[in-house]
Design a protein around this ligand. Structure first.
Ligand SMILES: [Cu+2]
Length: 358
């Protein structure tokens, strides 16, 4: 029996045709077409589409750490600091808008509102000297306000069946205050004093944020990865510049139902030390010239590296009057922290988000 070349060609061609018609086409209308909610600039839109988003994030930090080891307040006092942070909570509300003037470009803007609180402990012998009047050796500072406005564009550069990739280019403008003060104990007693950088609303610097994102969608699951950098372009008017950072994140998501997906994500973040000096804060108290003020006043106590693990859920309203709405939740926990100098350890971060596109 003889099979002609034509028959083979036909057979191969029809197999390929069948395969390609079964190959997954990228679908926007499913819960995992957006990354886990903590990932920003993760998706692009089609020409003429708008999206509004609202994220509510709570980040908790507690206890001090040097490198990979937890440290007690006494260890911080032994390192000659007069005050140590013991706990910090940051609540952030992030408003976002996206618009695609064409399939080749999505524009976005994001503006955070921050509400932070930091608890401190004072070195026992110094407490009476920097006068808390009530004799207490702890105090809390608070600050809140709008943060830095971010404006950017997302540029898709690759699309093939269920796979997509885009570049992100954005700038963060120093719109957030870096002059936040609160009642802080110090030489001469409790007074309104400049708060350290982690309690400020913005970085005070112009920032350039490039990113690259890749997403692959299968029939009932998907995965994605994003790398991004934060490059601080100038020293702010308080004479310091927060360190540049680099972050890589990878996730996998599975559709549990048409409307609901579950995700797992791992992220690695590296940040440099601060450069410059927060001169309002980093001095040696006159009553004890060998001692330093608070850890967060000194540049060497900034930066480090961290690995986070996260679990998340995305819910997409795909029918009815709520169609186009999305809600999402992600809970993030560090699994590795290697911090420069002495800094607060990050604990749990939770983020709840709502998105609506039309
Ligand atoms: Cu969007």
């Amino acid at each position: 029996m003889k099979i002609s070349n034509h028959t083979i060609t036909l057979a191969v061609a029809s197999t390929l045709l069948l395969k390609s018609s079964q190959a997954h086409e990228y679908e926007f209308a499913r819960p995992d077409s957006h990354a886990p909610i903590m990932v920003m600039a993760d998706h692009t839109h089609e020409s003429g589409e708008w999206m509004l988003s609202f994220r509510q994030m709570q980040m908790k930090m507690e206890g001090m750490r040097n490198s990979e080891t937890s440290r007690a307040s006494q260890d911080v006092f032994n390192a000659n600091y007069t005050v140590t942070p013991t706990r910090m909570t940051m609540e952030m509300t992030m408003l976002g808008v996206m618009y695609a003037p064409s399939d080749k470009m999505t524009l976005f803007a994001m503006l955070p509102y921050l509400d932070s609180s930091m608890d401190h402990e004072i070195f026992g012998m110094a407490a009476p000297l920097i006068s808390l009047n009530d004799g207490s050796s702890t105090f809390t500072t608070e600050s809140s306000g709008w943060g830095d406005l971010k404006l950017g564009t997302l540029l898709p550069f690759y699309k093939s069946a269920g796979d997509k990739a885009h570049f992100g280019l954005s700038f963060s403008l120093p719109s957030g205050s870096i002059a936040e003060t609160d009642l802080v104990p110090g030489p001469g007693g409790r007074a309104q004093r400049q708060l350290p950088a982690p309690m400020q609303m913005g970085s005070g610097s112009m920032e350039f944020n490039p990113s690259i994102t890749y997403i692959s969608q299968k029939e009932s699951w998907s995965y994605g990865a994003q790398a991004k950098a934060k490059i601080r372009l100038n020293t702010n008017h308080h004479d310091y510049r927060l360190g540049n950072s680099l972050e890589a994140s990878g996730w996998i998501a599975s559709k549990l139902m048409d409307q609901l997906s579950i995700s797992g994500r791992i992220a690695y973040k590296y940040s440099e030390k601060m450069s410059g000096t927060q001169s309002d804060l980093s001095f040696n108290p006159p009553f004890a010239p060998s001692r330093r003020t608070v850890t967060a006043a000194f540049s060497e106590n900034y930066g480090g590296q961290r690995v986070d693990a996260a679990i998340g859920f995305n819910y997409f309203f795909n029918k009815g009057s709520a169609s186009g709405n999305r809600i999402a939740l992600e809970v993030v926990s560090p699994i590795f922290q290697d911090l420069n100098g002495l800094q607060l350890e990050t604990k749990l971060t939770t983020i709840l988000g709502w998105q609506y596109s039309w």
